[in-house]
Write a new protein. Structure first.
Length: 322
């Protein structure tokens, strides 16, 4: 008999890591003298955000049988994320990522460990069949056996009519061969409902020099139904396979820490989509949650209510993009 914890609204797959974020704002890790420890990884951050927004959330990921792994388990449990699908990987340390604290794109190094060893099992397949939405990231798909495990589940989720989301957070530190990555995206995006590249992701994947609207179209041509392109202070471009195009304006706010802002956007975006809100309304909700996160150092421990975010989202201006 499956317990209630095996009935998550959201199933998150992949990256469970520890971020070591520099205590001070530095231009690179070379200048960092001390660090603060936080739970990290796009998938883990999103799992915790969604749980703190009141969603039933489970994380399928691998951690080491070590102090950092136990730290991650404690943080996930405190946030309300189900640990039923967490796999303890023997003989592999928990993945660590030192990150420079910046107001722009952070500098980071990945010491890859247990997170890449997620393996398929019946518990994951059963949770998938009973959830409403599945999410993963390009970082999670960069190594086997985690890649093949997640691909099996994404294809099944698509066939079962779930919302399937993928963060295309490509980086050479994660996936050295960019020429191999684009054909891989085209294969995977046939199963994807929504993706959220940043402008930095777009430049790394398609090369620099394109207009943001061209980046948006480039992602849509790969096959997902919805693309939201986040551009920092320049706002967000939103496009759908049905031809809708919008631009959201960013509010002028004080920037404390941009690490995790994209994950915060994701949590608002998926909250809207799972509730049946329109793509535009869901994107505005994502922007509201991201703007809240930018004002906080490290992970957000406590979010305002979804109703408060929805109120803030109504004030975000938008216009037809093209």
């Amino acid at each position: 008999m499956m317990t209630p914890q095996h009935h998550p609204t959201f199933l998150l797959l992949g990256e469970a890591v520890v971020d070591l974020i520099s205590s001070g704002v530095v231009s690179s890790l070379e200048e960092a003298n001390s660090f603060q420890r936080f739970p990290g990884g796009e998938v883990t951050n999103l799992a915790m955000n969604l749980a703190r927004l009141g969603h039933s959330t489970a994380l399928g990921a691998g951690v080491g049988d070590d102090g950092f792994g136990r730290y991650l388990k404690n943080q996930l449990e405190q946030a309300g994320v189900s640990l039923d699908l967490l796999q303890i990987i023997p003989n592999a340390p928990t993945t660590l990522i030192p990150v420079s604290r910046q107001t722009e794109t952070p500098d980071f190094i990945i010491y890859r460990g247990a997170d890449k060893y997620l393996r398929p099992n019946q518990e994951l397949r059963t949770a998938l069949s009973r959830c409403h939405a599945v999410h993963t990231s390009a970082g999670s798909l960069s190594h086997n056996p985690c890649r093949s495990t997640i691909l099996e589940l994404l294809e099944a989720a698509h066939q079962q009519g779930k919302i399937v989301s993928l963060d295309p957070n490509y980086h050479p530190n994660l996936w050295p061969d960019r020429a191999d990555f684009i054909p891989f995206l085209k294969e995977v995006f046939q199963w994807i409902t929504v993706t959220k590249p940043s402008l930095d992701d777009s430049k790394r994947i398609f090369g620099s020099g394109l207009d943001p609207r061209e980046y948006l179209d480039s992602f849509l041509e790969l096959g997902p139904e919805i693309v939201t392109l986040t551009m920092g202070r320049s706002g967000v471009l939103v496009g759908t396979a049905q031809g809708e195009r919008f631009q959201l304006e960013a509010n002028p706010i004080s920037v404390v820490d941009v690490t995790g802002a994209g994950d915060a956007f994701w949590s608002g975006l998926l909250t809207g989509l799972i509730s049946g809100a329109s793509v535009l309304e869901s994107s505005r909700l994502g922007q509201a949650v991201a703007e809240h996160k930018i004002g906080v150092l490290g992970p957000v421990r406590e979010f305002p209510s979804r109703e408060e975010f929805q109120r803030l989202a109504k004030d975000i201006l938008h216009s037809p993009a093209f």
